[in-house]
Ligand binder design. Structure first.
Ligand code: URA
Length: 250
């Protein structure tokens, strides 16, 4: 059945469209007078039927990463399921890798492929991993949320909290020696509280008894390459903790 278009629905769509244009850097738009007149009219109050979406409890006893990924593929616990193409559970070495990298959530390319960090930020992350003397297959790469937030907005706290049981159990099964949190949002999702990544980066944290190193997100490093040296210093601390040195530059 076709969905009825309501005044409020139209306003909401318009708002989302304008926010998207703003994020794309558009500062002016031409709007037809009739649109402004229609928006200025006070509509009859709508009778809104309240739909309560209850998040289904996530099992706490997954036995394998595959079981988690299969469960995630049909998860509808938050709004992010509505616009996703693929779920992105994460990938890499599943048995006690030296490092597990955790980002905030999939972007457009990740949503299309169902794989983490395969877009521009992913290319930089691959270079960072390579500079540390590893390949992507040597480490595990995951995210706090497993579905792409629309227009690449940050996942909100509720979405991260609802998705966290997956990551927590992934970490429990993978048992990485060290976790690297990529960016403030990923760190907020992991720790469940607001953080300043500028102050926290390079300072060891703890996640369920494991060592957690916060550093800048590769997307941020693409926007501000001057911060790459800080991120490299953080990754060298990770190598030192693992008793390793960065390999000589090729
Ligand atoms: N940014 C993230 O945080 N995660 C991805 O998988 C890709 C981009």
């Amino acid at each position: 059945m076709a969905e009825e278009t309501t005044f409020y629905g139209l306003v909401e769509d318009l708002e989302k469209y304008l926010e998207y244009q703003r994020d794309e850097g558009i500062q002016r738009l031409e709007v037809h007078r009739s649109v402004l007149e229609a928006l200025a009219k006070e509509p009859e109050p709508e009778v809104v039927e309240e739909i309560v979406v209850e998040a289904a409890p996530i099992p706490t006893d997954f036995q394998s990463l595959e079981a988690i990924a299969t469960y995630i593929s049909t998860c509808t616990n938050c709004e992010l399921c509505q616009e996703r193409n693929c779920t992105v559970p994460g990938e890499g070495k599943a048995e006690s890798p030296d490092i597990m990298f955790i980002g905030e959530g999939p972007g457009a390319e990740e949503d299309a492929q169902g794989r983490p960090f395969v877009g521009k930020a992913g290319q930089l992350l691959s270079k960072m991993i390579d500079a540390m003397g590893y390949s992507r297959e040597d480490v595990f790469i995951g995210n706090v949320v497993k579905c792409r937030p629309p227009n690449n907005r940050k996942p909100v706290k509720e979405e991260m909290d609802l998705c966290l049981p997956y990551l927590r159990q992934q970490i429990g099964l993978i048992k990485p020696k060290i976790i690297v949190g990529l960016g403030g949002t990923a760190m907020e999702g992991l720790l469940g509280r607001p953080v300043s990544i500028t102050r926290m980066r390079g300072v060891w944290q703890e996640y369920n008894g494991m060592k957690l190193m916060p550093t800048f997100h590769p997307s941020y490093l693409l926007r501000d390459p001057s911060k790459k040296k800080d991120a490299w210093a953080d990754l060298k601390l990770v190598l030192a903790e693992l008793g390793k040195e960065p390999p000589a530059r090729k």
